[in-house]
Design a protein. Structure first.
Length: 142
């Protein structure tokens, strides 16, 4: 009965590990000048590239889910606040509490992370304040 769900989770984990290994192999095989150029193009350091190639779903799945659960549109934040979003991805990629985060988000207990372990909590709080401040100004203008 639970086998398909377990197999899906194993498959997803396996895909992330394979993708991580490929990413790390590509970074390791990249000539230093190309690595530096790639990092610069993205506004990152060479070390940041490694942290973005993490083996867990934090930056790609958990962070957008957390933003959405808190009433923010991840795609809008990514577009409107590109540097901020990139910094949040990098920080999320270094997080050691990603399993706890995944569990809390699966239960829609988004506040647990915000109060205790989420490294991006201060930035997310600032984005929420900015979002609601802008919304209030729009309503005041009408």
């Amino acid at each position: 009965m639970h086998r398909p769900m377990i197999l899906c989770k194993l498959h997803s984990t396996w895909q992330r590990v394979v993708l991580y290994c490929r990413s790390m192999a590509e970074l390791a095989g990249c000539p230093p000048n190309e690595l530096h150029s790639t990092a610069q193009d993205g506004g990152l350091s060479e070390g940041d590239l490694s942290s973005l190639a993490c083996s867990h779903p934090g930056p790609s799945e958990l962070m957008p889910t957390r933003l959405q659960a808190l009433g923010l549109d991840p795609e809008f934040v990514k577009y409107a606040r590109t540097a901020t979003y990139r910094d949040m991805e990098r920080l999320c990629g270094t997080c050691k509490a990603w399993r706890r985060c995944a569990g809390d988000l699966a239960k829609w207990d988004v506040q647990a992370g915000m109060d205790s372990y989420c490294l991006n909590a201060p930035m997310i709080d600032a984005l929420i304040v900015d979002h609601w401040g802008r919304t209030a100004r729009i309503y005041e203008a009408t």
